[in-house]
Structures are given as C-alpha cells and as structure tokens.
Ligand binder design. Structure first.
Ligand code: GDP
Ligand code: IMO
Ligand code: MG
Length: 423
C-alpha cells in the first residue's frame, strides 16, 4: 500500500507525529518536496526529535528512508541532522537513500532569501533557509543538483555561471560583497564526497518496492495552503505541498498511490505572513499559543492561532483526494466553554462556501461560525474514542460531516501513546 500524508492547513499540523506512528507498518518513508523549512516533531519517551530533512520514520530501525528528487537539500543541515542522530545512538548506515536529482541549497540561496525579504514591501515571512531561491534556480535551469557535487568539472562550470550572475545582483541590487568561488567549490565538493554513499536511484527503489507489494509512506512537508499553486499566493512556499507533489517529487506514478491521509489540527495555526480568516484576537491567541506550545519547530517564531476553518479544509480534501483525516491537538481545546467551527466566509454581503482565490477576499473575509459546547479539561488522557467526552465526540462528528471524510486518527498529546486509532 502506498500512502501519501499531507498537511491540510498552513503546515505544522503534526505530520511528524503521524508519520512516526504510521512508519511502524511500512517499509519505506520518503520526503518528496520542501527542504529544511520543514520542522517535523517526533516525541518518544522524554526525548523530542525535530526533523528538517530526514524522513520522520528514521527512528524506526530497518526502515528505508528516502529523500526524493523534489526536495531541496542544504548539505550543511543534512550533515548535522545525521551526526546528531548518530550521537543519540540512531544509526542511519545504508537506510538513507538520496536522489541524485535533488537540488542543492547553496550559500547564496540563503542570503538571497533574506535579502529579498528585507527589500519586499509585502513580506512573506519565509524561514530564511534559501528555499525560494533554490527552487527558482531549479525552474530557471541553473540549479546545482546532488549529482553535480560528485563531478568537479561540472560543479566548477555551474558554480562559475551562477556566481557570475549572482555576484552582480548581490553587489548592484543588495550592496552585498558576493561570494568567493574557491571557498564554495572546495566546501561543496567535500559534501559530494560525504554524501556519495547515500546517493541512489530512489525512483527505481520506490517503484521496485511498489512492484513487490512493499508499503511506502510519502511524507508531505508544509501544507495545502502553502502550496505554490493552491496556497494563499504569494504567501506560500515554493514547492507543491499537495498530494500531487508526491508523484513529481519521487517519480512514482499517480496510479501507484493507494491512499491520501490529511493531517489537521483541531484548530488552525500559521507561521509567517498572509491571510488567515479565522485568526483569534490577541488575548485568546496568546492563551492557545501557550497551551498548544505554538512556536515554530524550525525558526521558533510564535505561530498565529485561530479556529478550525472548514472552508479551507474542504478545499484541502478536494485538491489532495483525502479519504482519511488525522485530527491533532484535541487536548489543546480542553476546558473551553464554546468552540467555533467556520463553515463559510462572508465578504461584501456575499457568502463563500468554497475557498476564494482572490487574495483580497481571503484577507477580508469574515468567517461564519457554528458554535458548539466545549468539554472539560481531562485529568486522564483518553485512549479510546469511547473515553472522549461526548462534546468532543460531537465536535469530531461535525468536522467529519462538514468535510465528508472519515477520521482515522485522533491525537490528544504529543507522545506516541496519546493517540486514538479509529481503524
Ligand atoms: P509538523 O510540521 O506537521 O510535523 O508539525 P510540528 O512538529 O511543526 O508541530 C506540531 C507540534 O505539536 C509538535 O510540537 C508536536 O510535538 C505537537 N503535537 C502533535 N500532536 C499533538 C497533540 O495531539 N497534542 C499536543 N498538545 N501536541 C501535539
Ligand atoms: P512543516 O513541514 C509552517 C512558511 C513560512 C512562510 C512561507 C514561506 O514543518 O509543516 P519558505 O521558507 O518556505 O520560503 O517560507 O511558508 N513555512 C512553513 N510554515 N510549517 C512549515 O513546514 C513551513 N515551511 C514553510 O513560515 O510563511
Ligand atoms: Mg513543522
């Protein structure tokens, strides 16, 4: 069975936790888009791991973890991640397979990301990890790929071309001294030598696995509304964060995908700028932020918080082909008197039941809410659906009916055991 797991909101839905749990039952886990803008948290016992590039299934011994061609790789970050895991006693050895076609985030990409942001009138609030500039070079056909790091002559030519153009931009547009060829060339050839043993034809590996009836889990990063096409453009990331990205980013064909699972928080969060129709007003936002520990796993920035948005989630179900949902962080809503669920937007007297494409409407839409009674704080974490408070069950039923999708997992805490499986 091949399963794609996607974020249905603006990222940070709890994908890392769900991937870690589902990884027990699969053979391969593969990241297919994004880069180290992602921060996927897995909590085991009293240890917390945050994965930026390695698939979140890596903690499970014997599972093969792939980084697909659609990912952009910062070798500095990947190396640190591998070394940190080794220090924690987790061996990667031959379990990591990296596509030679994956593009490399170069030092100038990170600086360009920060400098572009600093000049923009309407800031995106990027993670500053060089994601946008690296994907731009990919599309612009001047990117450097992992396989280029293995070939000194190819790397030299590509790097020279890039620096010729980019150093002019750095100096003339950004008043920045630019980058030295020799230093980057030497350093990145070194990464080639270091990563050579991990490079493998991941497309072939995953297709072979599929043919043999093995199970593959495709780990989405970011979320539907950060998708370059379907997100709240231009306040998005630079990759296809929707389920279609899994095929493009791995070379596994759509006919080989069996199931798409969507991950959603029981409320909504967003890091960075851009529209957020159901965003809370200040005091309550701070209350939920503290209760849900809503601070970015990558940048540490406070996450903006709001009510569950059914209009967005319905669109996410449609675009991704979601047939099952994992609803996360139900515990954070414990103790509220009233909980609101947005099922439409109002703008200039018009009701929107479908997610509007116009940024002006997204920005100024007034949510139409259905209010439901909350449930008390739980002293003992529920372990089965039956143990949930009746009002919590009703909330989940409403949510599932609104989206026309079944809920297959409910999460009531960050630990593995704080999970209710519905299958
Ligand atoms: P991802 O990017 O989608 O993997 O999500 P992040 O790891 O960035 O953010 C999710 C955060 O919520 C992490 O700190 C998780 O440990 C935490 N988390 C996941 N599920 C739950 C839950 O059900 N309850 C609570 N309180 N925290 C959770
Ligand atoms: P995970 O996988 C939440 C947001 C940034 C910014 C926008 C563009 O952990 O869910 P970028 O650096 O990608 O050019 O930034 O996208 N963003 C995320 N927000 N979770 C993520 O990943 C994100 N990755 C990018 O905050 O608003
Ligand atoms: Mg995250």
């Amino acid at each position: 069975m091949n399963i794609v797991l996607v974020g249905t909101q603006w990222g940070d839905e709890g994908k890392g936790k769900v991937i870690d749990i589902l990884s027990q039952n699969v053979d391969y886990i593969v990241r297919y888009q994004g880069g180290n803008n992602a921060g996927h948290t897995v909590v085991t016992g009293n240890k917390e791991y945050i994965f930026h590039l390695l698939p979140s299934g890596i903690l499970h011994k014997g599972k093969i973890c792939c980084i697909g061609n659609g990912v952009v790789i910062d070798p500095v970050v990947l190396l640190k991640e591998i070394n940190d895991l080794a220090k924690s006693g987790i061996a990667i050895d031959s379990r990591l397979k990296i596509s030679p076609l994956a593009h490399v985030i170069m030092p100038y990409h990170k600086n360009l990301d920060l400098l572009r942001e600093s000049k923009r009138a309407n800031k995106i609030g990027t993670t500053g990890r060089g994601i946008g500039p690296c994907y731009s070079d990919k599309i612009n056909r001047c990117g450097i790929r992992m396989l280029d790091l293995l070939n000194a002559a190819v790397l030299r030519d590509k790097l020279k071309d890039n620096l010729n153009e980019k150093n002019e931009i750095f100096r003339k547009v950004y008043d920045h001294p630019g980058f030295n060829f020799n230093a980057i060339y030497k350093e990145y050839l070194g990464y080639g030598r270091r990563f050579r043993k991990y490079l493998a034809n991941t497309t072939l590996i995953l297709n072979e696995a599929t043919r043999k009836g093995k199970d593959v889990l495709f780990e989405g990063a970011q979320g539907t509304f950060l998708d370059i096409d379907f997100g709240t453009y231009p306040f998005v990331t630079s990759s296809s964060a929707t389920s279609g990205g899994a095929c493009i980013g791995t070379g596994v064909a759509p006919v080989s995908i069996d199931k798409v699972i969507g991950v959603a928080k029981a409320y909504t969060t967003r890091v960075g700028e851009g529209p957020f129709p159901t965003e809370f007003v200040s005091d309550f936002a701070e209350f939920i932020r503290q209760k849900g520990k809503e601070f970015g796993a990558t940048t540490g920035r406070p996450r903006r918080c709001g009510w569950f948005d059914g209009v967005m989630s319905k669109q996410a179900v449609l675009i991704n082909g979601i047939t099952e949902l994992a609803i996360m962080k139900m515990d954070v809503l414990d103790g509220l008197k009233v909980i609101k669920l947005c099922n439409a937007y109002k703008y200039k007297g018009k009701i929107f039941k479908e997610f509007p494409y116009d940024l002006q409407v997204q920005k100024n839409a007034v949510p139409v809410y259905k209010e439901v009674p909350g449930w008390p704080e739980t002293r003992v974490k529920p372990r089965t659906f039956k143990q949930l408070h009746p009002n919590a069950k009703d909330y989940l039923k409403l949510l599932s009916d609104m989206l026309g999708t079944k809920i297959s997992m409910i999460s009531v805490g960050s630990a593995r055991e704080d999970t209710i499986s519905m299958v």
